[in-house]
Design a protein around this ligand. Structure first.
Ligand code: AHR
Length: 511
């Protein structure tokens, strides 16, 4: 196959916000306990943070971490997770049918963010709690002192405010699985009132309202419209969540599925702008894609989601990612980059052990899953001005299966280009290209005309592929899938030529 691409340094979509490269840590399974926090582990520091995990997090390069949930936050009492360890209560977590020991909470999370050099995105409980608990948390975290909640933080040992800038107003409140799931109107009113109080305490914070927990939700569209009618003047972002799947073992359709993330983003932008239009408002709401990933193997089977007996940190949602998952995942990275004008925040869900790029053995080692690599490439090479890549590539039609509960649902995905591409005029003055060849059998000769770039040379060329699309990285074979140099790349007279292997993720950086 052949593909032609035209880019020009002056034809831009938008700049990538650093927070586009975020991830997510939930009190779920072994994400916190046995993942990033494990006192007594041979690599643990004095705070109990695993240094082997911290090293991998730094290599992965997330910029922002959403916390503490997820479904968990909808039943979370944040007060349980602060103060002397011996006074913290163990609680039943009804999201994941586990026992939450509360030995890791808000302050430990903030210390971990400092150790990992990432910014926090804090979610408040708008399930079982409401505006009062949310505003108290803002006061506890961000108010300097002299009030009950801010002084409590200081007596707990954190003298300076945490100064958390980005906040989520609840989580997936549209989902019947959520503790105290609500209608759009009820949630919209609650989120608006919580937002007002949170911002009265700290006017510098930014707020994200809950959008739909998936494009396949029956309420998608109406939900956003109603929620934004209530919250438009009080929030900065509306959220989106997507988990890609290959339930049907139809790899071509699976690799087409990130294109539905493009549609989802375009549709949410349209709804947000329609709400603005009805108000004659020039405000443009931004999008927070604060949960995205591939997740299906450990999703529908209850045994993979719940262990009997209310255990602490059970091994649940420990999805083992394949080579083909990394390809779909790379397609999602490209979708996010190509919407840098409106998607300002995005969080890979999640970070460690739970549907994660980093796996650990409790008491043992840590390793990189296949999906680690496209994310690390995106955050390393994706910063700058995303360009409009005018691509000509042959296409195929697919039908993506995205079930709603037990209901069979297929979504047509027509005209899927075999080449999915993002181009970024990088901050170092160079050019980064992200290229996914979705053809499972054929190589692709790609020619990119890069206008107005001047003299550049190829400084990085990376290819991620494996003859076995089901290949995985495991404790015993942790580097089976890893990037290798992309062999065939040349750049001359403003034209880049390369040949992409079938079913491959490729990154080229010119500087
Ligand atoms: O990331 C796993 C779960 O997926 C989150 O808790 C929830 O928000 C979503 O349904």
């Amino acid at each position: 196959r052949k593909a032609r691409v035209l880019i020009d340094r002056d034809f831009a979509i938008g700049h990538t916000d650093p927070r586009l490269f975020g991830a997510f840590v939930e009190h779920l399974g072994r994400c916190v306990y046995g993942g990033l926090y494990e006192p007594g582990h041979p690599t643990a520091d004095e705070s109990g943070f695993r240094k082997d995990v911290l090293a991998l997090v730094k290599e992965l390069g997330p910029t922002l971490i959403r916390y503490p949930g997820g479904n968990f936050v909808s039943g979370y009492n944040w007060e349980d997770g602060v103060g002397p360890l011996e006074t913290r209560p163990a609680r039943l977590d009804l999201a994941w049918f586990s026992t939450e020991p509360n030995s890791f909470g808000t302050n430990e999370f903030m210390d971990w963010c400092r150790a990992a050099d990432v910014a926090p995105m804090m979610a408040v409980n708008l399930g079982t709690r409401g505006g009062d608990a949310a505003r108290n948390l803002v006061e506890y975290c961000n108010h300097p002192g002299g009030t009950a909640w801010s002084e409590l933080r200081r007596t707990h040992g954190w003298d300076k405010p945490h100064d958390i800038k980005l906040w989520c107003l609840g989580n997936e409140v549209d989902g019947p699985w959520q503790m105290e799931h609500k209608s759009a109107a009820d949630y919209g009113a609650l989120a608006r009132e919580a937002a007002k109080m949170m911002r009265w305490i700290d006017p510098t914070i930014e707020l994200a309202a809950c959008g739909s927990s998936g494009r396949n939700m029956p309420t998608f569209g109406q939900w956003e419209d109603t929620v934004l009618e209530h919250t438009f003047d009080h929030v900065d972002y509306i959220s989106l969540h997507t988990y890609l799947n290959n339930y049907k073992q139809d790899t071509a359709s699976f690799l087409a599925s990130p294109d539905l993330m493009d549609s989802f983003i375009d549709e949410v932008v349209a709804i947000a702008d329609a709400v603005a239009a009805k108000r004659r408002s020039s405000k443009r709401l931004m999008l927070s894609f604060d949960e995205w990933n591939v997740w299906y193997r450990t999703r529908r089977n209850r045994a993979d989601r719940v262990k009997e007996g209310w255990p602490v940190a059970p091994p649940i949602l420990e999805e083992i990612y394949t080579m083909e998952d990394a390809l779909a995942f790379g397609g999602a990275c490209i979708s996010l980059l190509n919407h840098a004008d409106r998607v300002r925040v995005a969080c890979l869900a999640q970070l460690v052990n739970v549907i994660a790029p980093i796996m650990t053995e409790t008491g043992g080692g840590a390793w990189r899953q296949t999906t680690f690599f496209p994310f690390a490439h995106m955050t390393r090479f994706g910063r700058g001005k995303v360009l409009r890549a005018q691509a000509e590539s042959e296409t195929y039609d697919s039908h993506y299966y995205d079930p709603r509960g037990t209901q069979e649902q297929f979504f047509p995905v027509p005209n899927v280009p075999y080449l999915k591409i993002a181009a970024v005029a990088a901050e170092d003055g160079g050019l980064s290209l992200f290229l996914l060849n979705r053809d499972l059998r054929q190589e692709m000769e790609v020619s990119v005309e890069a206008r107005s770039f001047g003299r550049l040379t190829v400084s990085e060329r990376l290819e991620l592929r494996h003859d076995d699309l089901k290949a995985t990285n495991t404790k015993t074979a942790p580097t089976k899938v890893k990037p290798a140099p992309l062999q065939d790349v040349s750049f001359d007279g403003g034209r880049l030529q390369t040949t992409l292997k079938p079913a491959s993720w490729n990154v080229i950086h010119l500087s």
